[in-house]
Design a protein around this ligand. Sequence first.
Ligand code: HEM
Length: 508
Amino acid sequence: MGLPGILLAIPISIIALLWWYLHIPWNLPNLPRIPFYVSILGLWSDMGQDDIYDRWLRKPLEKHGAALIWFAGRWSILVIRPDLLTDMFRNEDIYAKAGSQKKIPWSVIASLVGDNIINSHGENWKLYTSIMKPGMQRKNFDTGLLLNKSRRLVDKLLEEQDVAGDGKGILTDSYVQKYAVDVMGQNFLDLDFEAQALEQPHNAVRLEALQSIIKRTLFKPLFFNFPDLDKYPWLFSSRKTAYRIMFEFEDKLFNTVCEHLNRRREKGVTTTEMVSHMLEEAYRDGRINEQQFRDNLKITFLTAHENAQQLINSTFWELGRNKEVQSRLRTEIQNTNTAIPTAEAVNRLPYLTSVIYELLRLYPPVSQLINRVTLEPALLGGKIPIPKNTFVGWNSFGVHNNPDVWGPDAGKFMPERWGSTVGEMHAKFRRETVRGTYIPFNAHTRKCLGQGFVLLQMKIFLFELLRRVEWRVDPGYKKKMTPGGILAPLGCRVILRELGPVEDRASE
Ligand code: HEM
């Protein structure tokens, strides 16, 4: 072949390769297609996922209930219509969980999460659940510990505001992250990261730094959407670093937990009430291997802090611009006349309950997940034929913002839509979850096991925050939500004001 022939062959080969890689398989159902470029917008645009949804996803999804979308290297089916969702959630044997360890086992993200209680299916999932569920759904979570961590966070934020000076906006996220990691450690891993940071500053600080890097690394749009590129770490040095960081994080976490468990055993303490104790016991008696132990520790670490962290960031944004809701909530909290809330006390507060449910509706941290695969040919909702081996998932932001589901004011923050008594609110929460119209924690067999804990955590935190602080969003801050991954406002600045002396502290 002469030079002109070669010059022609190169672009033709590239086009053929791209076509082969990006074409929609013929056997996928006849659904609208979200343009491919929407999935890689993050490469050149910094649009938030709420704007991306409004501009490209809302119309086809609201009209058809489902659409084809390019996600993590393949065309998949994204669903928002509640009847289709409940069909998917109820039939786990057809729409089986298949996380990154199944979908893209070579990838950086798979090396981070491994095979764990959230992304596994069948016998492994049953095994992990039998081991970990009692630790995630304990009846005796200590509200005193939760309150102490909330106090530390509020103290820190007020110190930061002091340093910044009156009327200057401060960033809350790094403090909220520390708090969320501490709460997770104390309640699920039997680790006090705050104390650790004093005893072994290098270890604790490194663990925290690592997971901050991980969050930034995982959702890089290029590698997230073309995970095949992860196969070539020799070509992309950033991928080589990413793998190294994932393994370093895993080793650090595993060693920190094991060292603590060993010290505990040496002291003769053998109680098994925490997730880390339960996993270690299962490892020692051979029910799980070391990798399964490690993978489930990592997922506990990540899932039990990140979602709460981002929900709190959304709270600062929404209540910081919604004075009316903030002050009504404060009044309810102040009327309890206590500074030491118990679980019973916070669970009795209707407005607090409805504000949290509404925050989870408009700002579901897990806004989209495509982590199920059809194990056989399926007919979704009795209407949409889906071939075997097709990835399917859901978009909770879309479900919760759909006017056909939540009414013309679906996009408005209205806690009162949940009812007026706690009983009514719980009933509505359950009803909407079963119907697939409210899915911040997913629904049916694979719903979140930390839901009860996190609702309690949020109630205690908001109780302390509202009791002591009034805040508003910095007028210079322009709302921008995360472009992908966990949904939350990015870099929101707030201005805090401390409310009077905390007289009841003396009664502790
Ligand atoms: C605001 C906080 C939280 C939110 C919004 C949230 C949301 C979710 C969602 C949407 C799922 C379903 C994931 C999927 O379909 O693949 C899930 C599953 C799960 N969550 Fe949470 N979660 C939160 C906090 C927690 C906490 C604190 C824990 C405790 C360790 C936890 C443990 C789990 C577990 C173990 C599962 C898997 C359940 C199963 O598949 O059987 N979550 N969560």
